[in-house]
Design a protein around this ligand. Structure first.
Ligand code: MTE
Length: 404
């Protein structure tokens, strides 16, 4: 299985918990990394009680960024299509919070609704539910590539390629909740507010347009991968806004404000905005607020990767906000020829695609690039204009691989 020779973080965790190499391998064969985590006493749902003040989940399988707010997934630990909760990246603007579902209420108000209301967790669970597979990606995923590839560092957490995961989400349509509150035909903006600090006055927030809020696939999710949503991912309820940047997917949701005017907050004026010469200011924003993600692909390998000489099947993941991936190509070094990779699993609308290809590794230093194209014809561009905060980097990245 490609990747597990690189499963160093998992083995380090297992060894630290006193597991022998043979048992480690047996567990991997039987149940993959999830089984190893469970045997290490880590909750495979990813809802542990870690000592870290920023998160609940066991942080060993992740790249931990120095800001104390970002756990980057190691794509090389993933082989299937769905990202287990315990390996799903985390991005917090403060820290993960522990909200008791029994005391929790979601309030919906604003001049864009005729019947403001409050809903309990049980009331939300009684509404018609939907389940869909969708990738979720931080707007700053691949940000480090502005520095590594273009030689100009952008501000913010230097994410490599692991600020993304693919989950099976269950919840209610946000549109049903807005209908319950009597959403007015002239409503324009929907502000989603989290309970990060325990209070909806202070929590992380993001505005989405009413059309996206009313889309039947925009969910208030309470389930991830067939289990209860875990605390790091927004328990009891979070927003899932398929195709839109991670910041729109508000966790620990506490309040929804519907407005008949365009709303502006920090997260669509100064943050989550493309700021730079190529992005003229829009409304009250310093540039172009980021909304949807862009088409991207990445190899499921550590950065840099180390492989033994010989035949390998390399794999990775590609995704687009606008539907399925039509093709993925790969190219070695500065060669001009792009070769086709195979897409290995059936794709549902918002899922990422898993791709793979055979590579004959010769000793030495190499780079491999991948490039995805979606069914609408959008492809990864040759170059992405710089923006100050480093969002939406999606040009193909030369992945460094040392072969010995
Ligand atoms: N919601 C709240 N309440 N607080 C946050 O800090 N971070 C956002 C979004 N929702 C955030 C939030 C950002 S920037 C991202 S990328 C996603 O959550 C990450 O979701 P995850 O941690 O479940 O992977």
């Amino acid at each position: 299985m490609p990747g597990f020779t690189d499963a160093q973080p998992l083995w380090t965790l297992a060894e630290r918990r006193g597991m022998g190499r043979r048992r480690f391998l047996q567990l991997l064969v039987a149940g993959g990394a999830t089984a190893v985590l469970a045997a290490c006493g880590a909750d495979p749902s990813g809802d542990d009680r870690s000592e870290h003040p920023g998160w609940f989940k066991n942080t060993d399988p992740f790249i931990r960024h120095a800001d104390g707010k970002s756990l980057e997934a190691r794509l090389e630990l993933m082989d299937g299509l769905i990202t287990p909760s315990s390996f799903f990246f985390v991005r917090n603007n403060s820290v993960s919070v522990d909200v008791a579902a029994g005391d929790w209420r979601l309030s919906i108000d604003g001049d864009g609704v005729t019947d403001p209301l409050g809903l309990s967790y049980d009331a939300i669970r009684r509404l018609p539910s939907r389940t869909l597979v969708s990738y979720l990606e931080c707007a700053g995923n691949h940000r480090a590539m502005f520095d590594r590839v273009q030689g100009r560092a952008a501000e913010g957490t230097q994410w490599g390629t692991g600020g993304v995961g693919n989950g099976e989400w269950t919840g209610v349509a946000l549109g049903d909740i807005l209908e319950l509150a009597g959403v007015r035909p002239d409503a324009v903006s929907v502000l989603l507010v989290g309970l990060d600090t325990g209070s909806p006055e202070e929590g992380f927030r993001r505005v989405i347009p009413v059309e996206k809020a009313m889309h039947p696939d925009t969910l208030l999710a309470y389930g991830l991968n067939g289990a209860r949503l875990t605390r790091d991912h927004g328990y009891p309820v979070r927003a899932l806004v398929p195709g839109w940047v991670g910041a729109s997917n508000i966790k620990w949701l506490g309040r929804i404000v519907v407005s008949t005017e365009q709303l502006w907050t920090r997260n669509n004026t100064t943050s989550y905005v493309l700021i730079g010469d190529d992005y003229p200011p829009e409304g009250e924003a310093l540039g172009q607020p980021v909304t949807t993600q862009t088409v991207k692909s990445a190899l499921a390998l550590p950065w840099p990767a180390e492989l033994e000489a010989g035949s390998h099947r390399l794999h990775g993941y590609a995704h687009s906000p606008d539907g399925p991936i039509a093709k993925v190509e790969w190219r070695e070094g500065s060669g001009r020829t792009w070769r086709p990779a195979s897409i290995t699993d059936p794709q549902v609308q918002y899922s990422w695609a898993r791709f793979e290809f055979a590579w004959e590794a010769r000793p030495g230093e190499h780079t491999i690039m991948t490039r995805a194209t979606d069914a609408a014809g959008a492809t990864q561009p040759h170059s992405v204009p710089f923006n100050q905060k480093g969002y939406l980097f999606n040009q193909p990245v030369p992945h460094p691989i040392r072969v010995s």
